[in-house]
Design a protein around this ligand. Structure first.
Ligand SMILES: *Cc1c(COP(=O)(O)O)cnc(C)c1O
Length: 414
């Protein structure tokens, strides 16, 4: 890629796709697994790496139960199945999310209903409320880690007895009024895919305080026969009551549910566990980096970076911003100019076949029109900001975006 058009002297453009190294602490556990060949979570009588991960993750989030699975999509699918929704139940999801989310709804034999999302990437509460009376469940996707008004969402859903599943795939470490995102709804789902806060290539986990829900999800994830006996509540919540409730729920559902086999392998768990102690640092670095770049981008009259809601403390590893006062053509030219300078800016609604643009979800049983969300997607930009980047590297990214805007708009004025 040519960098000759760069004006200011600056360092090389950082590679925003390069991952952070897996902590060295993983090596011994990986080596032990290679020696033993014990990759399946249910071979060991107890303390398999996947079981240890579940205990540690539940503890970290302050939840009673955790179930590690093959992806966040699998966790979302199992959440809907655990809720025992009838076939063709309607599930309300935000119109701005990743295609995997409506896909998990379809996978669970339910019908996705999309609600409008505002210019700040958060659920439009008026549209949400208007559509709520005709749905049986809600999945709130905290898309790119942006938290919608969870106070209003939880109150509206509680009043109608509608369960809320949190898709916190990209929100690990975010808090709302100081409470951890993923612990607010009936079930919280997280991803360990490489572009999320914790990287195992692939993987997911769900958390809940509800023994019945977790028991159903555990069995359906593939705990055949009596393998559910290897599932426990988080160590700090392991009271006789919690253990008793779990055992009773497992006994109740034995042999009654399909086994979808969405388990996590021990190899993934040993890659994830040593990253848990890194989370706090990644979250604070990610937020610092994001706000540092946001301050620079907000200097441009053509850019706005939406502010978080007041109760929200974010954990970003990317930045989203809206272009204002620019035509479709100028937006396209800007994206091209920025890419030519080395920073790929994805405009959600303009890049071809984008998986986050709802009109590309042609597999939906019911197509829906969301004019407000569509307008937002036509101006909303996405730039990766891995938490490992240094200030000088962030400066390069911000300078390139700003100069691409300047070039585009100067050319337009000329
Ligand atoms: C990544 C992501 C998913 C999907 O997670 P997988 O683990 O890849 O299935 C779902 N929702 C959101 C908001 C995501 O960012």
């Amino acid at each position: 890629m040519s960098q000759t058009s760069l004006r200011a002297p600056m360092g090389p453009v950082p590679d925003v796709h390069q991952a952070e190294a897996i902590p060295d602490a993983a090596r011994a556990a990986i080596e032990a697994l290679m020696q033993s060949g014990d990759l399946f979570r249910y071979t060991a009588p107890q303390d398999a790496p996947v079981a240890l991960l579940e205990a540690e993750f539940a503890q970290l989030l302050g939840a009673k139960y955790a179930l590690a699975v093959s992806s966040c999509s699998a966790a979302l699918f199992l959440s809907l199945k655990a809720l025992d929704l009838p076939r063709d139940a309607r599930v309300l999801i935000p119109g701005f999310t990743f295609a995997a989310v409506p896909s998990s709804v379809v996978h669970a034999d339910c019908i996705p209903v999309l609600c409008e999302v505002g210019e700040n990437y958060r659920v439009d509460m008026a549209d949400f409320e208007a559509k709520l009376d005709n749905v049986q469940a809600v999945i709130i996707s905290h898309m790119r880690g942006h938290t919608s008004d969870m106070d209003a969402i939880l109150a509206l859903c509680a009043a109608r007895d509608i369960p809320v599943v949190e898709d916190a795939a990209h929100s690990l470490g975010t808090t709302w009024h100081g409470r951890k995102i993923g612990t607010l709804g009936a079930i919280g789902c997280f991803s360990f895919q490489s572009y999320k806060m914790i990287n195992a290539g692939e993987g997911g986990i769900l958390i809940t305080d509800d023994a019945e829900l977790v028991a159903r999800a555990v069995i359906m994830s593939g705990a055949y026969e009596h393998n559910w006996q290897k599932h426990k509540s988080a160590p700090s919540t392991e009271t006789d009551d919690a253990t008793g409730a779990l055992q009773a729920a497992f006994a109740k559902w034995q042999n009654k549910l399909p086994l979808y086999n969405l388990r996590m392998s021990n190899l993934s768990a040993v890659v994830i566990r040593p990253q848990l102690p890194e989370l706090a640092r990644r979250v604070s670095d990610g937020l610092k980096n994001h706000d540092y770049v946001a301050d620079q981008l907000n200097q441009s009259p053509y850019i706005t970076v939406p502010a978080p809601l007041a109760p929200e403390k974010r954990a970003p590893d990317s930045i989203q911003f809206n272009l204002v006062g620019m035509s479709d053509d100028e937006v396209r030219r800007f994206a091209k100019a920025s890419a030519a300078k080395g920073v790929k800016v994805q405009v959600f609604g303009l890049s071809e076949d984008n998986a986050r643009a709802f009109w590309n979800w042609q597999f939906l049983p019911e197509q829906q029109s969301l004019p407000q969300t569509r307008a937002m997607l036509m101006r909303a930009c996405d730039v990766r900001l891995p938490v490992r980047l240094r200030e000088d590297e962030l400066d390069v990214i911000a300078a390139i975006v700003l100069s691409a805007i300047e070039d585009t708009m100067e050319a337009a004025a000329a």
